[in-house]
Design a protein around this ligand. Sequence first.
Ligand code: PGA
Length: 226
Amino acid sequence: MNVCLSPCPIVFDLDGTLIDSAPDIHACVNTVLGQHQTPLLTLDQVRSFIGGGVDVLWQKVIAARELPDDRKPDYIEAFMLCYQNATQMTRLFPGVTETLELLAARGHPLGICTNKPHAVTRIILEHFGIARLFGCVIGGDSVPERKPHPAPLRAALAELGADPQRPKAFYVGDSEFDAACAGAVPVPFLIFTQGYRQAPLSDLPHLASFDHFADLPALVELQAAA
Ligand SMILES: O=C(O)COP(=O)(O)O
């Protein structure tokens, strides 16, 4: 794996990593299910469907509720209409802003690589006052492929000035999609344990893990020096 010389680029996943977005996504999924007289889903169910982007989310909702697959574009259109209002119940995980500010102040170029569509990603980053900290934002519709494909993360790393084939950088995420994407680039993966991962931590390849954002700067320094 490529060594990260400090201060190296750090790219972050969004949902389940920087933000706890499941309550707003859950509310909008249920708004659409209600419009179709379909039994609602629980927050835990919808949380377990997040990470692959909107299309994967709705594949899973359709399977869970045995809805007609050919109506997926209609469900997604109605969902995205609702989800323009994406910050009602969504919160940053504790310590995110302070940690991002510290890493930026230390000279790390910061980026976002999420499967969430780009426009709503920007709305959320602006809402929480952290958009200013990111030198690039790659969303689920920024390039043709989505995580776990390596292309979106490679695009983010390239925008931050890292060599996309041999990046000296870190990817920070929470899920199976993130771990697989980082492994495919490959770039060292730091996993946030309090996110939306479904598998046991030991099943996801990662360089190191952290439970609180306050611990991330020291972890980055430690791993960069290793
Ligand atoms: O599933 C989504 O919409 C996005 O998920 P991500 O931010 O974890 O990539």
